[in-house]
Design a protein around this ligand. Structure first.
Ligand code: EZ4
Ligand code: CO
Length: 402
């Protein structure tokens, strides 16, 4: 089962996606997502120049060995560009393995641990009233878990408060835009939002919230305490993710469950958080954390500490990543929830997939491999367009720090 070709396809059906297609000598092919929002071409180049040539002639059946070879063979370990490239290879190899054996990938990962994969969507509004309406719409669609965000009074566009309803696209065309931010004003509105949500919708629905790395542990502890009566499913990215030490102070000050990790790419980004049990959920995604193999290593570390996986699944993670994430989610024991923001119709047409939504959950389907394809002719109709995630400045012009 020698690998004969590795090709990178960049397409922008509403947003940019980078996909790796690996082909083997018997004519089978596997797909892997390599999309890194705002830095897409760095990963495409890394794959084209450094990874694809090293795969030709290798046996596609040796998934673990190829993962280790790429991880250690880079010498410069970890990092989002490297780990997204490794992830793409890994997903494509699992896809190939499933197709070769005629089974969905989760059957190779130990089978199903649950019936379906609970998902959450983003309910956004400029005001609290708008957000209440957005939550009601998700409830009508059957969602059991909903992330709620609202605008901050007196501020322009706030990051994390999306445009559109079921879609969410925080990247903007061109270079990184600059937005304004005020923690003081945010801390006024956030507890009020959740008080209103519980009043309107009761205690049954799981409510989530994302603070996007903008608070200090003191501010986050204050917020977490005020959210305790409203029993959140989680408070995400309350403090900057890259300093694991900050979570000790935060954890000591609130029993609101904590989630972090959409920007993580290896076990060494989170080992302190897990082994000291400073968070409840880790949000690494298959694409940014070294693929199915990378996320399974992370999930295995988390399991005895009762830390659960709550994978990142915003619109910038392609249907290939979503298909791969669902194979992991359904198979591991310590799964919590999967983020799910729907892709545009154009994206769904470029990436036909087996997974489907019903009753607040995604179902991975039973097609061999990952259960997702790429229509290359259609993909070619959507050329790459530069876009980037925003930077926030405080009201006096200072870039928000760590
Ligand atoms: O901002 O996917 O929880 N979800 C998020 C996402 C991220 C984007 C970054 O590319 O915070 O919406
Ligand atoms: Co987030």
């Amino acid at each position: 089962m020698k690998i004969t070709e590795g090709r990178v396809i960049v397409t922008s059906p509403g947003r940019n996606f980078v996909t790796l297609r690996l082909e083997t000598e018997d004519g089978l092919y596997g797909l892997g997502d390599a999309t890194l929002n705002g830095r897409e071409l760095a990963v495409a180049t890394y794959l084209n120049e450094h990874v694809a040539p090293a795969l030709i002639g290798r046996d596609a059946r040796n998934i673990e060995d190829i993962w280790q070879y790429l991880y250690k063979g880079a010498y410069w370990r970890r990092g989002p560009v490297t780990m997204s490239a490794i992830a793409a290879v890994d997903m494509a190899l699992w896809d190939l393995a499933g197709k070769r054996l005629g089974v969905p990938v989760h059957e190779l990962l130990g089978g199903r641990s649950r019936r379906d994969v609970m998902v959450y969507g983003h309910a956004n509004g400029q005001t609290i009233e708008d957000t209440l309406e957005a939550v009601a719409r998700y409830l009508d669609l059957g969602y059991k878990a909903i992330r709620a965000q609202c605008g901050v009074p007196g501020l322009g566009k706030a990051y994390g408060v999306g445009r559109g309803e079921l879609h969410y696209e925080p990247a903007e065309p061109g270079l990184a835009p600059e937005h304004e931010w005020s923690t003081e004003r945010y801390l006024e509105v956030a507890p009020e939002l959740f008080a209103r949500l519980r009043q309107e919708f009761g205690t049954e629905v799981h409510l989530l919230h994302d603070a996007h790395h903008r608070l200090t542990p003191t501010e986050a502890g204050w917020l977490g305490q005020r959210l305790e009566p409203h029993r959140l499913f989680w408070l995400e990215d309350a403090v900057p993710a890259e300093n694991q030490d900050l979570f000790r102070q935060l954890r000591a000050h609130t029993t609101t469950p904590l989630a972090v990790g959409e920007v993580f790419n290896s076990v060494f980004d989170l080992h302190t958080l897990v082994t000291e049990r400073l968070v409840d959920y880790i949000r690494t995604s298959v694409v940014h954390a070294g693929g199915i193999t990378g996320v399974r290593k992370i999930a295995a570390l988390m399991e005895p500490y009762q830390v659960r996986l709550g994978s990142h699944g915003a619109t910038d993670l392609s249907p290939v990543c979503m298909a791969a994430a669902l194979q992991v989610d359904i198979s591991i024991n310590n799964f919590g929830v999967q983020e799910y923001m729907r892709h545009t119709e154009e994206t769904d047409a470029v990436f036909p997939h087996e997974y489907h939504y019903a009753d607040g959950a995604l179902h991975p389907g039973s097609a061999p491999g990952l259960g997702v394809d790429l229509d290359e002719d259609l993909a070619a109709a959507y050329p790459y367009e530069a876009a980037a995630l925003p930077v926030n400045r405080l009201l006096d012009g200072t870039v928000t720090s760590w």
